[in-house]
Structure formats: C-alpha cells, structure tokens
Design a binder for this molecule. Structure first.
Ligand code: ADP
Length: 522
C-alpha cells in the first residue's frame, strides 16, 4: 500500500512538471494588472485626444460655423416678420438675443431709401460706421450673390488713424470699412451680412447685420493649461481604477492558482473559494467539482491497485508455495495439494476474466449483439453448469416457470448475468444450500427472472453499494466465498446496456432476491 502511494506520488510530480513545461510559454504572457492599466490608460488617452481635437483644434471652426448659422437665422426671422407691426420690437429682441447690430432699410429704385429699424449693440459695428455709398455697395454685393451676402473681416486695432482702416491682405479686395478702428483695442473679427427681400406687397427691403466674434484665442492659453492638468488627472484616475480592478479580479485567481498547485501536488483536501465575480465563482465551483472527482478517481485507483495486487498475489503465492512444496518434499505430491493449485488457478482465471469483462463493457468496447432467443432455456443451461455441485455438495436449485419466454437481447451477455447472479446465490446461500429461480411473465409484456437464496442477506444501507466495482459487504468473509468483487458491477453494466430494469431485495439473516426484467419478444 505504501509502495502504491509512492508510485502515485511520483506520477503526480511528473504530471506537474509536464504541465508546467506545456504552459511555460503562456506564463510569459501579460498579467491582468498590466492589461488593465494599459487598457484604461489607452482609453483615457483616446478620450483626451478627442476632447483636444474638438476643444483646441476645431473650436474656432465650430464657433464660426455656429455664429454664421445664427446670422442666417436672424436674417430669416426679419424677413419672416417684415409685415409685422412690431417689427421694431422683434428686431430689438433679435439684436439683444444674438448680440448683433442690425439695420433694416426700405429700397427704392435699386437704392437704399429709408432706415426703418436701427439697433446698435456693439461698439465695433461696421455697418453703423459705413456711409450710404458703402452700405449701397454691400447691398449690391447681396444682389449680385443672389439675395444674401456675408463677409468676414479681421480688423487691426489702430489708435491714431482717422478714416484709415486695415484689413487682412486676403480681404483686400473686399469693400472698405469705415473708421471704426480707433474704438478697437485689440484684434477682433467681424462678419457683416446683407439680405435683400420683399414683403407680400412687393416692397423691397435690405437687412444689414453686424456680428462680432468673441476672440477665442483670448482663453486659449488658460484652456491649454487646464487641459494639461485635466489630462494628468484623468490618466492618474485611470491607472488607479485599473489597479483597483486588477486587484479585485486577480486576487481570487491568484488564490485559485495556489489551491490548484496544492491539488497538483496530490492534496485533494483543497477548497477553491467561491468569491469575487460570478465568472470566478463559477470557475471555483467547477474546480471544486473537478477536485472532488479527481480525488474519487484517485481513491479508486489506490483501491484498485490494492485489490488487484492482493487478489492476484494471494493465489499466485499459494500456487508457488504448493508447487515448491510438492517438488521439494517427498510425499507432499498429494491429490489435495494438486486440487489446491487447480482451485487457486481457477480463482486467478476468474479474476482476470472478470477484470477484462468489466473494462470491455464499461469502456463501451463491446456492444450488445441483439438476437431473439429463449430466456427460459438460458436459465436451464446456466443451471446445468451447477449439476456437479448439486450432486456432490448437496445444493438444491429449483426453477419455477410457466411457459417459455423469448427475448430480444445479447444471449451471451444475458447468460453471464444469470451465471453471476446464480453464482452469488450459491456462494452466499444459507446452510440449507437452497436456491430458487423464478420466471414470471407479466401482462405488460415483460419477463422477470428472480434468484432467491436463504443466506446472510445484505444490510439495507449496503444495498446500493454492492453494484459498485470491487465492493464487498464483508471483506473478512471466508476465502471460499471470496469472488473478484466485480460480479454485480458486470451484471449492472450488462443490464444497463440492454436498458433493462434490475434490483435486489434482501433481509439480513433471511436471504436475498436478485432480479431483472426484459421485454418479451412475441
Ligand atoms: P463478489 O465476487 O465479492 O461476490 P459481487 O460484485 O458479485 O462480488 O458482489 C459484491 C458483494 O455483494 C459481495 O462481496 C457480497 O458482499 C454481496 N453479495 C452479492 N450477492 C449476494 C448474495 N446473494 N447474498 C449476500 N450478499 C451478496
């Protein structure tokens, strides 16, 4: 037993090393912590980049687009409300809401005639400092461009000049702007927009709007500094959360790894803690199930090696001992000693055959070869194998049946089932050496074979276990009745292969009844 344990121990060690080599490349992979820090930081950097593009690179463009759209909507609103008696109030409202200067002229004979509305909200208004000729020029530009014309100017501050104005070079071909620059202290941008339209009565009008762009550059510096601080803050927060999450995720995994290493070294008492996320909990419970199964297999393996080594070694030792004795000691070459050798050899043969049968059936290596055959005859054939025993040892085997039953099954397998059950009945029956077999045919189309003995019976709590491999109710019982411990597990496997129902009823000290049922083939 100790030797066996050592063998298993060595095997485990080898397996651990082997799997270690197998995964050694994977161990070099990235850790969860590194992955999360990288992921979170990359995400933060991408978001910051998008914000930077929108806030720093494209802000001017957005602002300009929004403002020019506002210009258009103010002009449209004036055109829409031109025949409204409250046009003056409407224009006041528009001027203050959109922070624009506006003028509305009636037009006669293609020239600006009368100023109907005049709203000035900005000190840097181009249209309010333009003379009539200039305004007419803007109006003509609007007529030339369809009905509306918009132009944007960059004015350069000048404190000294009178009637002098400066525009950007690229605007040099645009209409002149009046002297407004003395009122301006720094760079600023202006857009003027002119629209020509008619009221429902066909009267013509021209609306002038002056819009001042707030210089975005003024807050650019502040925004850039702010952006740097925000970036540092966001990246630090991302790294912090990545570390926190990595700890939360990785901790249960690290614990499980330790437990798995313990398990790999043969300690099956380990428990994988079900903690953390649902996935890690599921992994832990699967591993707990696996460790449970492995420990069962391990126990079975140990038990198997112990049983086989004991059951094989005992007859072999006896055979060797008796043979040597008969060879070396004159007068020991008796028929009894020869019989002993023959019995032990038979026992050995039975054990090896049972082991082979069991592995064949349980591995699915052998499938049932189904034919129709006479089950009643099969019982009689099996009974005939015991004729000698009945005659020499005084056993009494009764078979009670009414009519013959045919079944569709594997005849060889069913013969083995009957033989194993009858063999147990013979081995375990009481001192009266009585065994009864009963065949019952039911109306539901089934035939039941029951094998009764009058022996020691089986304790109620052991009735389930006896179908397990190598299970023996009483391991200390006489060698004369010792079987391989595989007989009933072979019976159960064979009947399962046929989908048949089977069972046992037993009363301690009174006897047992093993039975199985098969469908009758008409
Ligand atoms: P074995 O070769 O030991 O008989 P089996 O698988 O045939 O192995 O039976 C398993 C155990 O079930 C036996 O060791 C015995 O303890 C119990 N058993 C089987 N048949 C009977 C029976 N007819 N009466 C009492 N106990 C039985």
């Amino acid at each position: 037993m100790t030797q066996n344990s050592k063998i298993i121990g060595k095997m485990n060690m080898r397996n651990t090393k082997h799997s270690g080599n197998k995964c050694s490349n994977r161990h070099k992979g990235s850790t969860i912590r590194r992955q999360l820090v990288f992921g979170f930081t990359s995400f933060a950097v991408i978001i910051l980049f998008i914000v930077w593009v929108l806030q720093v690179l494209l802000l001017d463009k957005f602002y300009e687009y929004t403002k020019l759209t506002e210009l258009k909507s103010v002009l449209n609103a004036i055109e829409y409300s031109i025949d409204d008696e409250d046009i003056d109030d409407i224009c006041s409202d528009l001027a203050s809401r959109y922070d624009v200067c506006l003028m509305l002229y009636s037009v006669k004979d293609g020239k600006l005639s009368k100023r109907i509305v005049d709203k000035e909200v900005s000190p840097t208004c181009v249209i309010h400092f333009a003379n009539d000729a200039e305004l007419n020029k803007y109006y003509n530009e609007a007529l030339k461009s369809g009905d509306a014309w918009t132009e944007r100017f960059s004015l350069i501050p000048e404190k000294t000049t009178n009637n002098d104005h400066h525009r950007n070079d690229d605007h040099s071909n645009k209409p002149p702007v009046s002297d407004v620059t003395h009122r301006v202290q720094r760079f600023f941008d202006i857009a003027i927009s002119v629209k020509s339209f008619q009221d429902p009565g066909g009267n013509e009008y021209a609306a002038f709007i002056n819009l001042r762009f707030t210089p975005v550059n003024a807050i650019q510096q502040t925004r850039n500094i702010q952006f740097v601080y925000i970036s540092i803050g966001v990246i630090l927060v991302a790294v912090f959360f990545a570390l926190v999450f990595s700890i939360i995720i990785a901790k249960p995994l690290e614990k499980m790894t330790l437990a798995a290493e313990q398990m790999a070294n043969g300690d099956y008492s380990v428990e994988f803690k079900c903690e953390g996320y649902r996935e890690t909990k599921r992994l832990a419970s699967t591993l707990n199930y696996a460790v449970d199964q492995i420990s069962k297999t391990d126990n079975l393996q140990k038990e198997l090696i112990a049983n086989i080594s004991h059951d094989l070694r005992t007859p072999l030792t006896l055979i060797t001992g008796y043979s040597e004795m008969m060879r070396d000691i004159p007068g020991e070459n008796t028929p009894e000693n020869s019989q002993m050798i023959i019995d032990e050899t038979k026992r050995l043969t039975t054990l090896v055959n049972d082991m082979l049968d069991y592995s064949k059936y349980s591995s699915g290596f052998e499938e049932p070869n189904l034919t129709v055959f006479n089950l009643t005859d099969s019982v009689k054939t099996t009974m005939n194998r015991y004729n000698e025993l009945v005659r020499l040892k005084g056993y009494c085997i009764d078979f009670e049946y009414d009519g013959e039953a045919f079944v569709y099954a594997d005849e060889r397998m069913i013969l083995q089932v009957i033989y194993n059950l009858l063999n147990n009945a013979v081995n375990y029956t009481g001192n009266d050496k009585r065994i009864a077999i009963k065949q019952s045919i039911f109306e539901n189309g089934k035939v039941k074979i029951s094998i009764y003995d009058t022996g020691i019976g089986i304790p109620r709590d052991k009735l389930v276990d006896i179908w397990d491999r190598y299970y023996k109710v009483d391991t200390l019982h006489k060698r004369a009745v010792t079987g391989s411990g595989l007989g009933l597990s072979i019976v159960s496997k064979l009947l399962q292969l046929h989908g048949a129902s089977y069972g046992v009823e037993s009363a301690e000290g009174k006897g047992s009844c093993f039975w199985f049922e098969l469908p009758i083939q008409k």
